[in-house]
Design a protein around this ligand. Structure first.
Ligand code: ATP
Length: 363
């Protein structure tokens, strides 16, 4: 059978284990030899015990666990050709020519580069006697397929990334907990949530928790936001509300592109309204905990589809990323999504927020 390896790379997210599990089991079911690569690209470059064969039982009892049991890392070696040469040699020694990458756009870009370079890497490995002519012949083409694991939901081409839903659950639980104490003491709470340059977590959490105000990167507030904010908070209090909840995305900015932090917001509320105001930065709690049912099922469906996509890949087929489109796991061209995701980042940097939102699409 074919040699397949699965690894997780970049930031972790809940549901990655479900994806690993489904990919491994679908591979075994189809008669493949399936491997884990531990610690992302670092494990691929270092080889040895980092590349181990998986069996049916080795992915038991992981679906309910957050993070990634096979480890994830950022790896500078893989950014250099020498690192990729070592990685290629390690894969060839095990007959692995199919890779499933679960990571963000950086990890997918790296995999695509690796695939493009594959034959020249093999030439160099052969000419330096690190592989044999037979090994080169047997492992001539590298197939890759990606899945996006990220709590931020910042990737173009999929409605949801693996982990976003669980992170939302964490945020909502935290806000609910804060609301009860805020109510008792008539306080205003400012919650900072993750998302990097994407306001998805902030906006959906705000909707689901009846927050009074949000600050997100894609719809920056006018520079006179302090007045607008205070008017709104005061109006709520006048209507009898005992508390206020304000959500600040970590990438929040104003119309001039100046970052807005939870501290900035607190200062405004305290100075102008003298409200008893506290900040809660949720931080890494958002990445933690058990994956939601949605992320488990998403990981299962995507992982199985990823293995099927590898089985059907040909020398000329375009590498894909498995995405969610409505309720369907679908395959979309990997580099098209990566390019679009990069274009969104550029549009944000250019302060062209409308374009960024348009490019990002449905999610
Ligand atoms: P996250 O969204 O969580 O940041 P990511 O996959 O975008 O995930 P990166 O740190 O950008 O995270 O990339 C993860 C790893 O992928 C890097 O440490 C590096 O090993 C590899 N990688 C990223 N970009 C490239 C590239 N252009 N060429 C080769 N390898 C790369």
């Amino acid at each position: 059978g074919k040699g397949i390896a699965v690894f997780t790379s970049g930031g972790d997210s809940q549901g990655m284990n479900a994806a690993v599990r489904a990919c491994v089991r679908m591979g075994i079911y189809l008669g493949c030899k399936v491997y884990f690569i531990r610690e992302g690209y670092q494990g691929m470059v270092d080889g040895g015990d980092n590349i181990v064969e998986a069996n049916w039982a080795s992915v038991s009892s992981i679906i309910h666990r957050g993070g990634t049991v096979i480890g994830s890392a950022r790896c500078t070696d893989f950014r250099q050709r020498e690192g990729r040469l070592k990685a290629a040699q390690n894969l060839i020694k095990k007959g692995i020519t199919n890779l499933v990458i679960i990571g963000g756009d950086g990890s997918l870009t790296g995999a695509n580069l690796f695939r493009q370079e594959w034959s020249s890497l093999l030439d160099e490995l052969l000419s330096t006697s690190r592989i044999t002519a037979d090994e080169k012949k047997k492992n001539g083409v590298l197939h890759i397929v990606g899945m996006v694991g990220s709590i931020d939901n910042d990737f173009c081409g999929t409605d949801m990334t693996i982990g976003t839903d669980s992170a939302l659950h964490r945020i909502i639980e935290a806000i609910d907990a804060i609301v009860s104490t805020a109510y008792s003491h008539q306080r205003t709470f400012i919650m900072e949530v993750m998302g990097r340059h994407c306001g998805y977590l902030a906006i959906v959490a705000a909707l689901a928790s009846e927050a009074d105000y949000i600050f997100i990167p894609e719809d920056p507030v006018e520079v006179n936001w302090p007045d607008a904010l205070c008017d709104k908070l005061q109006q709520e209090r006048n209507a009898g509300q005992r508390l206020n909840i304000i959500i600040v995305a970590e990438g929040a900015i104003d119309r001039e592109g100046k970052p807005i932090t939870a501290e900035d917001v607190k200062k405004v509320v305290v100075d102008k309204l003298q409200q008893d105001t506290r900040i809660t930065v949720l931080g890494h709690v958002q990445r933690g905990g058990n994956p939601s049912a949605f992320d488990r099922v998403l990981g299962c469906r995507m992982g199985a589809e990823a293995t099927l996509a590898l089985m059907e890949a040909t020398e000329t087929s375009v590498p894909c990323v498995v995405s969610l489109d409505g309720n369907q796991a679908v395959r979309v061209p990997l580099m098209e999504c990566v390019e679009k995701t990069k274009a969104v980042a550029q549009a944000m940097a250019d302060k062209n927020w409308e374009l960024a939102v348009k490019l990002r699409g449905r999610s």
